[in-house]
Design a protein around this ligand. Structure first.
Ligand code: FAD
Length: 477
């Protein structure tokens, strides 16, 4: 015996098993912390999850990422899940517009796709042929993009103005807003141009479309989200030594020195040197001690925005592409979910071997989120028939909706002030989550970045080496 005591590993409790919490927990465990992750629901993945509807595996909402989402791609790599996703070699978005009457709809297909040319020429060819805008409006878009590129993302004034107001001041009209800015913006920002801060919109468009030619190539899971965000995440967390508690809702946090106390709803008590609150803003509002972050009293008023997914199973193939975006219709983005859901192995699928499952991803739908299913059916099935001729003759075998009323934080002008960083005024108490100050809108990328920021802050405060994120889609080491 040497008589030397073995230093106890620092203990950490991470509250919330969404992508932010998964990231923080993995990072802290890799750095030698004794980590407990408490998740209130029966599964990991937070807002990006799957569930069973009979034999069908359903994602609560279609999730896409871009090549520039390097932190999320790094998490995929860490989870051994990169091969469970598909990333386009080159951005290619079919954009289908429908005009004319219900009896004689006129359909026009355009493409937003990039070439291998440098920015901004990578999109020039596609824009020059984009049929949804007149030549004058295409020139407007180019002027708007150049003006957007000139904005300084570090300028706090950007968050005080709406994107819509800025677009009007910069020569954009209803046509360019609908056919381009909102087409992309509603899906990525979960808001129309008038409802979102210029800072967030500029961040998305500059990073996605105007930074690197490949930045906006689109990726998505090729398996149900739960396979990656629950199954793979749970396996890797446990392999890293994290104690994962599911159905473990944290009811109370008592900050104290030298250790904070965390009490679960069932009464279990944990003490830890570090507690990371990785839920949304309502979790922080409920659990933070008073005065822990500036402007904390306004957290309760930090709003959210819904996303609706409309799921339709047809008895035959009605869509030949993996996805498309729609114009001139309440339908926004449509994805073929047939393979991910395992439809063809279900009883319905065996009875109808050509059956197809489409999911409509409908963002910023404050006025639709509570509509009854029957009304949504009346609204969306005729629209799908207008957009997709084959749908008009097809039989609908199943129709259901998934509603996420608090899908994202509300990124309205002024929202940046409501987003605290990872550190709080209480040593050892940190925040993570897509809603915190990442500079990104509420996305999987923002969530993972926030998880890294919290872990980095813990390691830096303890004087430990902080692994380097090289921004290349690899896990920081
Ligand atoms: C329908 C839909 C579509 C979306 N589409 C996209 C997309 O295409 N691309 C994209 O990048 N992003 C998309 N998003 C946004 C993305 O899913 C989220 O921004 C991201 O998953 C948030 O992760 P998070 O870890 O910050 O928070 P969350 O996912 O909210 O995770 C927080 C977790 O904390 C748990 N928790 C909270 N309080 C407690 C407590 N007291 N005790 C224990 N556990 C607690 C919650 O149960 C939850 O699991 C979409 C979201 C939705 C809902």
């Amino acid at each position: 015996m040497t008589g030397r005591a073995v230093a106890a590993r620092p203990a950490a409790v991470v509250v919330g098993g969404g992508l932010a919490g998964i990231t923080t927990a993995l990072r802290l465990a890799e750095a030698g912390h004794d980590v407990t992750l408490a998740e209130g629901r029966p599964r990991l993945g937070g807002l990006a999850f799957s569930f069973q509807r009979g034999e069908l595996t359903v994602d609560n909402g279609q999730h896409v990422f871009l090549r520039c989402c390097t932190a999320y791609r790094g998490l995929l790599e860490r989870l051994g899940a990169t091969r469970m996703t598909h990333l386009q070699n080159r951005l290619d978005v079919p954009v289908l517009s429908v005009t004319g009457s219900d009896e004689v709809p006129v359909r026009t297909l355009g493409r937003l796709r990039r070439t291998g040319l440098p920015v901004p020429l990578h999109l020039a060819g596609s824009l020059a042929r984009y049929p949804h805008l007149s030549p004058a409006d295409r020139a407007r878009v180019v002027r708007g993009a150049l003006a957007l590129n000139g904005l300084d993302l570090a300028d706090p004034a950007l968050d005080r103005l709406s994107f819509g107001e800025w677009l009007r001041r910069n020569g954009q009209n209803a046509a360019t807003t609908a056919a381009l800015w909102d087409l992309v913006g509603v899906a990525t920002l979960n808001a129309r141009a008038d409802g979102v801060s210029l800072a967030l919109a500029a961040m998305v468009f500059k990073t996605g479309l105007l930074s690197d030619p490949g930045a906006s190539d689109i990726g998505m899971a090729a398996v149900p989200l739960g396979v990656i965000h629950h199954d793979r995440a749970l396996a890797e967390l446990e392999r890293a030594g994290v104690r994962v508690l599911l159905r473990a809702r944290v009811a109370e946090l008592k900050p104290a020195a030298p250790q904070h106390a965390v009490r679960l709803e069932d009464g279990q008590l944990f003490t830890a040197d570090t507690v990371v609150l990785a839920g949304a803003q309502d979790t922080a509002d409920a659990l933070l001690p008073p005065g822990a972050v500036p402007g904390q009293e306004r957290l309760a008023g930090f709003g959210t925005t819904p996303i609706l997914n409309v799921h339709v199973v047809y008895d035959r193939k009605v869509l030949r592409r993996p996805f498309f975006a729609a114009l001139g219709s309440p339908v926004q983005w449509v994805f073929d979910r047939t393979t991910h859901s395992g439809l063809l192995g279900t009883t319905i699928g065996r009875a109808h071997p050509g059956a197809q499952y489409l999911a409509l991803s409908q963002s910023a739908v404050q006025d639709e989120i509570d509509l009854p299913v029957a009304e949504l059916r009346r609204r969306y099935l005729p629209e799908l028939s207008r957009l997709l001729p084959a749908a008009a003759d097809a039989e609908v075998l199943d129709f259901f909706v998934t509603r996420e009323r608090t899908a994202t934080f509300d990124g309205a002008p002024g929202s940046a002030e409501l987003r605290p960083g990872a550190a709080t005024g209480v040593p050892g108490l940190l925040l993570a989550g897509a809603w915190t100050a990442t500079g990104w809108p509420a996305t999987m990328e923002g969530a993972v970045r926030s998880g890294h920021a919290a872990a980095d802050a813990v390691l830096a405060a303890a004087g430990n080496r902080v692994p380097v994120d090289r921004g290349d889609g690899r896990w920081p080491r």
